[in-house]
Design a protein around this ligand. Structure first.
Ligand SMILES: [Zn+2]
Length: 530
């Protein structure tokens, strides 16, 4: 199916007709007629037509005077800006042929993804953007400087203090990335080697980013009982480097930390009142997902990677200390019930099951199962670590954006977190329409103009004349995230049409396979600081 091609052919014919009969009508590529427009600003829906021409939104309102090459009836449907996923991990997938269409994202209504998150991703932003421009992608891609990968490139993955020359090299690479159009930097301070950077080192890099108008986005040092201290560090970086701070996947993780995220939100409110720009994002689930190692062991125990970790496990002294740590962490996570294996290639039978469940059926202690997995190269896990009340409280805050923390996937035998397939429809259909945690307009804003504002992206995030034609059209009655923890490889339903730069990537609920997504380059120097 190639609707875009048809549209262009029809458009050419239309031009001939138009010029011969000297019509006064405005001619456009595509007209979305009669939908309810939720423009992304938080304003109430209004019935209007939206016209697309040359990749841009050219008209919003009554289109009686508009002549379109292709008209799509949107009666009864919501027309809103395409969703911007501030926290995405498709750095590798979006440059691979099999996954660059990011089908599990465009089917959620996503038109832009932000990569380089949690401190991990390509360091050379320019080369990465060129690859995307060369082959295209389903959604647009904006990139952050990944501080962990940057540090690894200059210093390796050990716990090393940089020399003056090494620090200068990190700063120069950051300067180059910002000149190449990165939107800011990200850290992943529970991950090696991002975690080895002291605050001062992060401030030094953040100052380079600040000079270009970029943001500091952080997976902070801890999301459990150390949450407040960790948010405080992020705020300090923002104050001292003078740049906006963004807390990624904002949450209280672990029962002993529940409620702390509300206090952290109050700290952020205070900083905002004092004039600082501070924001956060959240995925609408009570489970998180990362590696088993990062779930059960502190980063100091994981230093140097799996090989070093196995050496420590083999050592009689450190081995028994590590087993105690693992055992305590399992007890804290509902005795292992809260931790489910998402992907573990050495033993696929364990995938989708909790540590407790595996331990019971194998008649072995859970700590032994965890150790076997760690020795086997580790697994990714889904961890039911959050309070539903906390999730709802944070979701209702007007500086909290929606973001998936997932990546482009092809359906497979692993059991990844359903956020990869369902984040945006779930927030709209379940939390907004069904549970009324926030209005539909506010929910749409949290995934459109708010993330654009956070990034200082001025040409997307609203249904407004002159802006890029990144548009999602959905059916409120059919909208649903169908991906579950047991059956995650399920595309969302109810997303009717999705346009990326004016080209349909989803039409009538079907993926077109088009790759109109571009590398989006930040032009910070053109924006006055706020
Ligand atoms: Zn993260």
């Amino acid at each position: 199916m190639r609707p875009r091609t048809c549209a262009l052919l029809a458009f050419a014919e239309c031009l001939i007709v138009a010029s011969s009969c000297a019509s006064n009508a405005q001619e456009v590529d595509i007209l979305l007629r009669g939908g309810s427009v939720i423009d992304g600003s938080g304003s109430a829906a209004v019935v209007a037509d939206v016209a697309i021409h040359n990749e841009k939104i050219v008209h919003v309102g009554d289109a009686a005077d508009v002549e379109a090459a292709w008209t799509i009836d949107c009666t009864g449907l919501i027309i809103c800006p395409g969703f911007i996923d501030l926290h995405n991990h498709s750095d590798r997938q979006v440059v691979r042929p099999a996954t660059r269409a990011a089908v599990n994202y465009v089917t959620q209504g996503c038109t832009t993804i932000v990569t380089g998150n949690c401190g991990s991703g390509p360091v050379d932003t320019g080369a990465y953007y060129e690859k995307i421009d060369q082959h295209g992608a389903g959604p647009n891609v904006a990139h952050l400087i990944p501080q962990g990968s940057l540090r690894e490139r200059v210093l390796g993955s050990g716990n090393i203090k940089p020399t003056d020359e090494q620090l200068t090299e990190m700063l120069q690479l950051s300067e180059k990335a910002m000149q190449d159009g990165a939107w800011g930097m990200s850290t992943g301070l529970i991950y090696v080697p991002s975690s080895y950077a002291p605050t001062e080192e992060l401030i030094a890099i953040a100052k380079i980013v600040a000079a270009h108008g970029g943001i500091y986005a952080s997976h902070i040092r801890g999301e459990g009982t150390v949450l407040l201290k960790s948010v405080d560090e992020a705020l300090r970086i923002g104050r001292e480097a003078q740049l906006p701070v963004h807390v990624s996947h904002f949450k209280s993780s672990g029962r002993d930390a529940w409620g702390l995220v509300r206090e952290a939100a109050r700290m952020i409110d205070q900083a905002r009142k004092a004039g600082r720009t501070v924001t956060a994002d959240q995925y609408p689930y009570i489970a998180s997902s990362t590696s088993l190692g990062a779930t059960l062991l502190p980063s100091s125990a994981r230093a140097g990677g799996t090989k070093e970790l196995i050496k420590r496990l083999d050592d009689p002294d450190t081995g028994s200390q590590l087993r105690t740590l693992i055992s305590n962490a399992i007890v804290k996570r509902d005795n292992g019930n809260a931790v489910r294996i998402a992907r573990y290639s050495p033993n696929k039978k364990w995938v989708g099951r909790s540590l407790t469940d595996i331990a019971t059926s194998e008649n072995r202690p859970a700590v032994e199962i965890a150790e076997e997995i760690i020795r086997g190269g580790g697994a990714s896990v889904v961890n039911f670590s959050m309070s539903e009340d906390d999730v709802r409280h944070i979701m209702a805050i007007d500086w909290v954006a929606t973001a998936s923390d997932g990546r482009a996937y092809l359906p497979g035998s692993d059991r990844p977190h359903p956020r990869n397939y369902g984040t945006f429809p779930r927030k709209l259909a379940y939390y907004s329409i069904q549970e009324k945690v926030l209005s539909l307009e506010a929910a749409v804003r949290s995934m459109t103009s708010l993330p654009a504002e956070i990034l200082r992206m001025t040409d997307r995030g609203l249904i407004q004349e002159g802006l890029a034609a990144d548009i999602t059209v959905f059916n409120v009655k059919e909208l649903s995230d169908t991906a579950t923890f047991d059956n995650p490889h399920q595309y969302a339903e109810g997303i009717q049409h999705v346009f990326v730069n004016g080209t349909p990537v989803v039409h009538n609920g079907k993926v077109t396979g088009a790759l109109p997504g571009k590398a989006l380059r930040f032009e910070g120097h053109k924006i006055s600081p706020r």
